[in-house]
Design a protein around this ligand. Structure first.
Ligand SMILES: Nc1ncnc2c1ncn2[C@@H]1O[C@H](COP(=O)(O)OP(=O)(O)OP(=O)(O)O)[C@@H](O)[C@H]1O
Ligand SMILES: [Mg+2]
Length: 480
């Protein structure tokens, strides 16, 4: 059970907060002064501190400074009145985890608390990893210990023993190819070849001969006979990357081959029979491609006898510290350097960033940081600017800052938009401020259901006010 210490000179307030947080399953200790709170902190194992800013005697700032010198990692949330938001920002610069403006909604407080406790856990884990005490969570070359990744390991293990076709889907850079290799190298076919073909790299006719081979003279330029990838993968695994990019004509041919495992080389008349295990990957939502008629349904079902969906990194942030340490070691080894660590501050930024390029982007960031870094630890200044810029404000910041309690920021001159509901106007304003909005943010700022949010956003697209970028959960909406 997580233990929270709350400090406020208003005793009634303490009672209310205590009741709320006890109800949410936390163990709560309260204190009506900062000096008493320091004593409590010295004698208890705390997971989080929530303190008022303005108190007689020692105030929240002074308390923060003293606590940080003794317990540098213990997260502190500052409670503040709207008028002192600037001080709260100052407090964050000095190491407070977050601030929340009074009066706040219960849900808002609970969310801020959950995030702080989660972050605290990660910080502790980072220390352990730096000290090399943690056992590794790895499957082949795949690193990750989140629930999502452990599920992936389980599926790989089971499916590797069979010859079932596997379809791996996920955003770019989530590790689909790594998973395909793990399936091959854990299967009885591991001593045979793993052959990879990217269906997006070649035009249709070349892709066909790449896959099935060609006879000499089959087409202009076919000066020699050539074996196709299917043949080369005989006994092993054929990895069809970006399978969603395949043309309809090739989809038909592929389907036939998959059904019978027989084919002819382009321009040839001898039927060849192969035994290749098929693993396909796509960063498109193939189910959706089927619905809109771009991908054959029969082929889709043939490919996805087993499907592995790899979640984007921002949905399994738990894996970030491990991945960071993994890449630090990898880069150090490749360059004959000492392994560096990562400062808590730098990790915090990496943890909060959205990683549109997923693990690949993280790997690149670490590689660059190791090169730039002078000391033995990666610090925020070694990280690229995006990590500080693109993070969208979270709910607490949003409701506490300019939009405070008025339910709409209609007064900042961003209207008029006729025919829009209030939520949509709010979303447009949000995009103007932050560059884009996602379905999740839409749900959060408007407190409505997923279905409702989708409908509202689709309306905005149909009205030609916003454009949709990306697919699936990573979809972003920008102004047109
Ligand atoms: N879980 C992981 N553990 C360690 N390294 C990873 C992991 N996921 C991805 N990587 C690394 O990130 C990079 C991108 O991975 P990979 O090429 O497998 O992604 P992908 O999903 O195939 O991307 P794309 O759709 O763009 O082809 C590789 O260098 C890979 O080694
Ligand atoms: Mg790939």
């Amino acid at each position: 059970m997580d233990t929270i210490l709350i400090i406020d000179d208003e005793k009634n307030y303490l009672l209310v907060l205590e009741a709320l947080l006890v109800d949410s399953g936390y163990e709560v200790i309260t204190s009506d002064s900062a000096s008493k709170a320091l004593e409590i902190a010295a004698t208890h194992d705390l997971d989080l501190v929530i303190t008022d800013m303005k108190m007689p005697g020692m105030d929240g700032m002074e308390f923060l400074a003293q606590l940080r010198s003794r317990e540098p990692d213990l997260p502190v949330i500052m409670m503040t009145a709207y008028a002192t938001v600037e001080k709260a920002v100052e407090a964050m610069k000095r190491g407070a985890f977050d601030y929340i403006t009074k009066p706040f909604k219960n849900e808002e407080l609970k969310l801020t608390i959950r995030k702080a406790i989660e972050m605290h856990r990660l910080m502790q884990e980072n220390r352990l990893l730096s000290e090399q005490l943690q056992e590794r969570f790895q499957f082949g070359n795949i690193v990750g210990k989140s629930k999502a990744m452990r599920n992936v390991y389980e599926v790989i293990e089971k499916v590797a023993q069979t010859r079932a076709s596997v379809l791996i889907t996920g955003e770019s850079g989530t590790g689909k190819e790594l998973i395909a290799k793990a399936i091959h190298f854990n299967s009885p076919r591991r001593d045979k070849r793993f052959i990879s073909v990217s269906c997006s790299a070649l035009p249709e006719s070349l892709l066909e001969s790449e896959l099935f081979g060609h006879e000499r003279g089959a087409f202009t330029g076919a000066v020699t006979q050539r074996k196709g990838r299917f043949e080369l993968a005989h006994g092993g695994t054929l990895f069809l990357d970006e399978v969603g990019e395949m043309s309809p004509a090739l989809q038909v041919k592929l389907l036939r081959v998959l059904q019978e495992m027989r084919f002819e080389r382009v321009g040839g008349n001898v039927t060849l029979q192969v035994d290749a295990r098929l693993v396909a990957a796509s960063n498109r939502d193939l189910h959706r491609e089927v619905e809109i008629g771009r991908f054959r349904e029969d082929l889709y079902y043939r490919l996805k006898v087993v499907q592995i969906k790899v979640p984007p990194l921002r949905e399994r942030r738990d894996d970030i510290p491990l991945l960071v340490h993994h890449f630090l070691e990898k880069v150090a080894e490749a360059n004959g350097m000492e392994v560096k660590g990562v400062s808590q501050d730098a990790l915090k930024h990496m943890y909060q960033y959205d990683w549109v390029g997923n693990v690949r982007e993280l790997e690149n960031v670490i590689e660059r940081a190791v090169i730039l870094c002078d000391g033995d630890e990666i610090r925020p200044q070694d990280l690229p600017e995006e990590l500080f810029q693109t993070r969208l404000p979270d709910i607490s910041e949003k409701t506490t800052a300019s939009e405070s309690n008025s339910d709409l920021a209609e007064d900042d001159g961003l209207l008029p938009y006729f025919g829009l509901n209030k939520r949509q106007v709010k979303a447009i304003n949000f995009i103007k401020k932050n560059g884009y909005i996602t379905n999740d943010y839409y749900i959060k700022i408007n407190q409505i259901s997923d279905r409702h949010a989708r409908r509202d956003l689709s309306e905005l697209v149909n009205m030609d006010l916003v454009a949709r970028i990306g697919k699936g959960r990573s979809t972003r909406y920008v102004l047109k």
